[in-house]
Design a protein around this ligand. Structure first.
Ligand code: SAH
Ligand code: SF4
Ligand code: F3S
Length: 481
């Protein structure tokens, strides 16, 4: 048998398929086989995470499994017996970073011949990338994807004990598995998945291929996780999904994000956030719920991608600029203090100067607090990657600069409104730059550095803002009014 025949390799074509079949929800599927139980004894893992919050949360599961196998964690690659890179495929530069890192890490094998290299996450779901890794990075021993985290004990056993190169990537999403271990990296803020996958298939985006179809968790499973987090002293949860507004659609229970958010709010946990919202199904109902509960934070990330209707159409975003503005106005009217952030792609294939101008105009209309802007990056297997593109890279870069100049100015302008204001800050800890200064986030998700006494991570404190910069606010703690 040829080496590659032993592997379960990803197929982009298979990953594209969507069926009406419902995902099964499993409450006891995960288990650790007896032979793998002490696999990590005396060994250390190093885990690095790239990409979005979904990956962060997956890394917490991976760490949970590794701890359950007896591993210890290290923050130093040189100390590790297992190096795992949990990767992102959303843009080419994200991939290049990982491939560069893989090359650099290779030399560590010289001092530790038993060192095991693993790749997981969204890049592992890409057919072409896995082929490249197998060919050019033979020191990678283990590759698994986003759909089979629960197989990690078995796969590790195969790679570590049987010393076989192990590649297992499912192209079809599997069950929603509820009993996976988790090791939370934060003590006061937690990620809570509410759904997996994405069915939107925006024409530029790889995520529907790497994350499978939309699958919602049951409301009761989400609520019991939130309640448990609250009991453990967590003060903030962020509900996660690629498109949280589609939550519940696959469950057919007439229970969507508005109902879920209300129920999570009623648990009494201090702060609730959610991401990412797709403008397409952002309903009036949802805005009302956010307005009704003070523990749902007034901060909305609402990716627009472009301010031009033709581009939006070719992107497959399913809304017009007018519809986006309508949602935006609705939120503004009901939540006057709400902060907004968005994502914008510049240089989509054949984007004209006029079309780009429309994006600048939309930024003027919405005056976002924060904009994550990206140059379009063709992703193999997506429809947009097959489009011809007449926009030179230099023009794309120049547009990005112009866009950022504008968006940065609005970030500063929005922050300046906070001068002299009193805000509530959830404390993360001492600031990175100065041990005497603490940092944390306001309800609107503004990063604040402040001075104060007797401050502890996880406290929610009252701070007066004394200085406003583009990305941070400075302040001093004041007594509660
Ligand atoms: N589910 C979220 C976004 C996930 S990807 C949503 O729909 O908003 C995060 C962001 O990366 C996207 O909003 C988009 O702005 C950007 N992005 C995705 N694919 C990209 C590509 N091929 N090139 C450049 N940016 C991309
Ligand atoms: Fe990608 Fe669009 Fe899905 Fe967001 S909604 S993950 S941009 S396909
Ligand atoms: Fe990247 Fe995968 Fe998230 S491609 S943005 S890590 S879903």
């Amino acid at each position: 048998m040829k080496e590659t025949e032993k592997y379960v390799l990803p197929s982009l074509k298979a990953a594209q398929i969507r069926t009406r079949e419902k995902a099964t929800i499993e409450h006891s599927l995960f288990s650790i086989p007896a032979q793998a139980r002490h696999l990590g004894a005396g060994r250390k893992f190093y885990l690095r995470t790239y990409g979005c919050q979904a990956n962060e949360r997956d890394s917490e599961t991976i760490a949970g499994i590794l701890f359950a196998l007896g591993f210890e964690q290290t923050n130093y690659e040189e100390e590790a017996d297992l190096i795992l890179l949990n990767t992102c495929a959303v843009r080419k530069n994200a991939e290049d970073k990982v491939l560069g890192e893989l090359g650099l890490l290779k030399k560590l094998r010289q001092s530790n011949p038993d060192l095991l290299f693993g790749i997981c996450g969204c890049m592992a779901q890409e057919e072409e990338i896995v082929r490249t890794i197998l060919k050019k990075y033979p020191h990678v021993d283990l590759i698994f994807g986003t759909h089979n985290l629960h197989r990690l004990p078995v796969l590790l056993f195969q790679a570590m004990v049987a010393k076989e190169k192990t590649v297992e990537v499912y192209s079809k999403e599997g069950e929603v598995i509820e009993n996976l271990p988790v090791h939370r990296f934060g003590k006061h803020k937690a990620w809570v998945n509410i759904m997996y996958g994405c069915d939107k298939f925006c024409t530029y985006c790889i995520v529907p291929y790497t994350r499978g179809k939309e699958r919602s968790r049951l409301p009761e499973d989400i609520l019991s996780e939130v309640l448990q987090l609250k009991q453990q002293g967590f003060r903030e949860v962020t509900l996660l999904g690629q498109n949280v507004n589609a939550y519940g659609k696959d469950l057919d229970q007439n229970y969507g994000l508005p109902e879920l958010l209300a129920a999570v709010a009623q648990t009494g946990i201090d702060r609730i956030r959610f991401t990412t919202s797709h403008p397409w199904d952002f309903t009036d109902n949802l805005v009302e719920v956010i307005a009704r509960y003070p523990n749902i934070m007034p901060f909305i990330h609402l990716p627009v991608q472009s301010g031009n209707n033709e581009i939006l159409k070719i992107m497959g975003r399913r809304y017009t600029v007018e519809q986006y503005k309508h949602v935006y106005d609705l939120i503004r009217a009901q939540l006057p203090n709400c902060a907004f952030s968005t994502d914008i792609i510049v240089g989509f294939p054949n984007e004209t100067e006029e079309q780009f101008q429309d994006t600048l105009d939309l930024v003027d209309y919405c005056q976002f607090d924060n904009v994550y802007s990206f140059i379009y990056s063709p992703r193999e297997g997506t429809p947009a990657a097959r489009m011809e593109d007449n926009v030179p890279q230099a023009i794309k870069e120049e547009r990005l600069q112009r866009l950022m100049k504008k968006t940065n100015a609005y970030s500063l302008l929005n922050n300046q409104k906070y001068l002299g204001k009193i805000v509530r800050v959830l404390v993360d800890g001492p600031s990175k730059k100065n041990e005497q200064v603490f940092s944390g986030y306001t309800e609107e998700n503004k990063l604040v550095n402040f001075t104060g006494e007797n401050v502890h991570p996880g406290d929610i404190v009252t701070v007066e803002i004394t200085q406003c910069k583009s990305w941070t606010l400075d302040g001093k703690m004041v007594k509660e009014a």
